[in-house]
Ligand binder design. Structure first.
Ligand code: ATR
Length: 280
């Protein structure tokens, strides 16, 4: 029987993951089925258990379940433990093994596809939810100088600060401090504001022409932040489509032991980018 994989989230209808994994499998001659499972938070644990009981070979996990996925795991990869959230599940004899490929996906996209040097950058992270947790350790490992976490709800920024455990280079500030923080070399939008109707007002003093602006979402969800970035002069403003493809390639590697060439898949999706809707 063909090995079965799926993305579980809520909502998942517009996900590109089935296309991405099908393309990777075709490229490497690996037969696989990759489906979508829409599960509410209440239904998430039983949906994961049912998928495992039916012989499912691996799951990707997207919002709002990345923290809940971690709680289901019997074992965690070192990078998943550091992030505190899981986006890739592998079945094992003792239960699910959790991994997180978001951070390495973002760093690969920025450093390899876009040839951006992240070292010594002063980085502002907007948001402290699942997406921010997923990428923060990998940014620190990539050699950034400092990470300033600012979240609307300060307790969540503090929790991420505590989890990262690097008080020398990680800082938290209140949202109302944003006008006083100066200019950043890089601003990462890890909020879900672009996916909801809620808006996010940002001061222009955060950015200059040299500031790299990155939205972890893609498609319509990234428009508001990237428009703001361009309006305040950022020359480089990137959405999360490349990260999406790279995190999928890393998950593919975890499951199949082989690494696909992401460039053709990224190029094809980018060509159709106007039709993209969301993030995962
Ligand atoms: P994800 O998995 O996408 O990170 P999440 O865990 O629900 O989703 O986190 C959403 C993040 O976006 C949070 O940091 C949230 O701030 P709160 O913790 O205060 O809720 C942030 N967010 C959502 N809408 C926002 C808005 N309009 N302005 C600022 N931050 C916003």
């Amino acid at each position: 029987m063909t090995a079965r994989y799926a993305l579980i989230g809520h909502p998942v209808a517009h996900s590109l993951s089935p296309r991405i994994h099908a393309a990777f499998g075709e490229q490497l001659g690996i037969a696989l089925q990759y489906g979508l499972i829409d599960a509410t938070p209440e239904a998430f644990p039983s949906a994961v258990a049912a998928f495992g009981a039916e012989g499912g070979a691996g799951l990707n996990v997207t919002l709002p379940h990345k923290e809940a996925a971690r709680a289901l795991c019997a074992t965690l990869s070192p990078r998943a433990r550091r992030c505190g959230v899981v986006n890739t599940l592998v079945p094992g004899a003792g239960g699910w093994h959790g991994d997180n490929t978001d951070g390495i996906g973002l760093v690969h996209d920025l450093t390899e596809r876009h040839r951006i040097d992240l070292r010594a950058r002063k980085v502002l992270m907007l948001g402290a939810g699942g997406a921010a947790h997923g990428v923060a350790p990998a940014l620190l490992d990539a050699g950034i100088e400092s990470l300033w976490i600012v979240n609307r709800t300060p307790e969540r920024a503090d929790a991420l600060y505590d989890l990262l455990g690097e008080p020398g280079c990680v800082h938290t500030r209140y949202w109302h401090d944003l006008p006083n923080l100066g200019v950043f070399d890089m601003i990462v939008n890890a909020t879900s504001a672009g996916r909801t109707t809620s808006s996010m007002a940002l001061p222009s003093s955060l950015a200059s022409q040299r500031t790299l602006a990155v939205d972890l979402s893609y498609g319509e969800a990234a428009i508001a932040f990237l428009s703001w970035a361009r309006s305040v002069g950022c020359e480089t403003a990137l959405d999360g489509l490349g990260m999406l493809v790279e995190q999928a390639a890393e998950a593919f590697h975890v499951w199949h032991g082989e690494r696909p060439d992401t460039d053709p898949v990224y190029a094809e999706l980018r060509a159709g980018a106007v039709a993209l809707h969301s993030a995962e």
